[in-house]
Design a protein around this ligand. Sequence first.
Ligand code: NDP
Ligand code: GDR
Length: 392
Amino acid sequence: MKVALITGITGQDGSYLAELLLEKGYMVHGIKRRSSLFNTDRIDHLYQDPHDPNQRLKLHYGDLTDSMNLTRIIQECQPDEIYNLGAMSHVKVSFDCPEYVGNVDGLGTLRILEAVRLLGLTEKTRIYQASTSELFGGLPENKNERGFYDENSPLYPRSPYGVAKIYGFWITKNYREAYNMYACNGLLFNHESPRRGETFVTRKITRAVAKIALGLQDKIYLGNLEAKRDWGHAKDYVRMMWMILQADKAEDWVIATGVTTTVRDFVRMAFSEVGIELEFKGTGVDEKGFIKSIDKEKYEAATGMNIDHRTSKSELRPTIGKEVLSVDPSYFRPTEVDLLLGDPTKAKEKLGWVPEYDLAGLVKDMMQSDVKLMKKDKDMLAAGHEILKQVE
Ligand code: NDP
Ligand code: GDR
């Protein structure tokens, strides 16, 4: 049985990857952080009783800032594959805790590589490093002649997160060259899902749109609506992580959809899933979004609510002309990555990667999931329970 170790198993990607590897018959070890509350929501459905002799998922307490702990876990597991997905992964937050991000996202990668080397596992263990499109920094002059970022594009990170990840990128490359290790960087562009953290822009939007449609929230505040991202589905991207480690040769790979979309258009698409069309007025910090029209049939099918029979809370229901979006400059970043667009040709041609989701499919998946979740919140409220009011 192949053995894998996943750092960041409690995160979005870690949870999908654990599912995939279990399906493929792996023994999966994961590192989780000790926290004062349970932090395993995303993998609770995979939990296996530690007393079960056939247990194939085992969690270890650990942290990427702790070399001894990482070395001990790797020694215990003797993994064939390590997926280093653990990171403080929020770009905006990285401006608030730059030193911590350098330690976890940068040095954390070194700690994994060095543990494998010191334990004499360089022949046995293959390593996947979660690199990122943030390394390209969105500078127009660094795109290739076709207008995309690819494996040969120059790197120019624009945040403490990006700078920490560039260390992780280069140290992975360096260990591959210096010690002949099978260590690869996946330069993954943004990938989202119903399990995406609530403060990343896509999930923030789909949660808020679901709440607005159900009358649980009035409006959403966002930052830069002009930013463009190449958004794919996390399920497609974790499959790629596995494929990268099965390739004959250790290399670095760009994984992307090849399509870029503004945050504003993502908002439009999310509202449209519940039958609401928006119109935007103003520019920059004065920009606002208003409800232009409501497709009654679509709205009712998506939300299960009848638009004609309003309760006393009807003022919270979507109505034409209502302002549902404002720009809040506090979400702007000191330095922004304006546009990301990746060229996945190498991965498609050499590894045969075929993504299942396009952007429309991704938005649908996220919206359906969040409407379902928010309906539960609505029921809780109706039953007199408290719910979390607002998430940044
Ligand atoms: P998440 O933020 O959802 O998950 C991050 C994981 O890292 C969580 O399990 C978190 O634990 C864990 N973690 C955080 N700090 C530490 C630490 N000090 N020690 C050990 N573990 C830690 O990220 P994603 O799943 O979205 O991303 C996975 C990886 O891929 C990250 O490295 C990210 O930077 C990178 N990436 C992501 C992209 C995306 O669009 N999603 C694109 C390109 C790269 P806890 O649950 O306790 O917080
Ligand atoms: P990003 O993702 O920074 O690309 O990093 P995020 O969803 O946070 O931002 C995408 C773009 O949307 C703009 N934006 C907002 N962002 C947030 N979070 N909240 C807002 O209210 C908001 N309004 C506008 C941002 O300015 C930005 O331009 C993600 C992470 O998963 C990284 O770990 C990963 O490496 C990269 O994707 C690829």
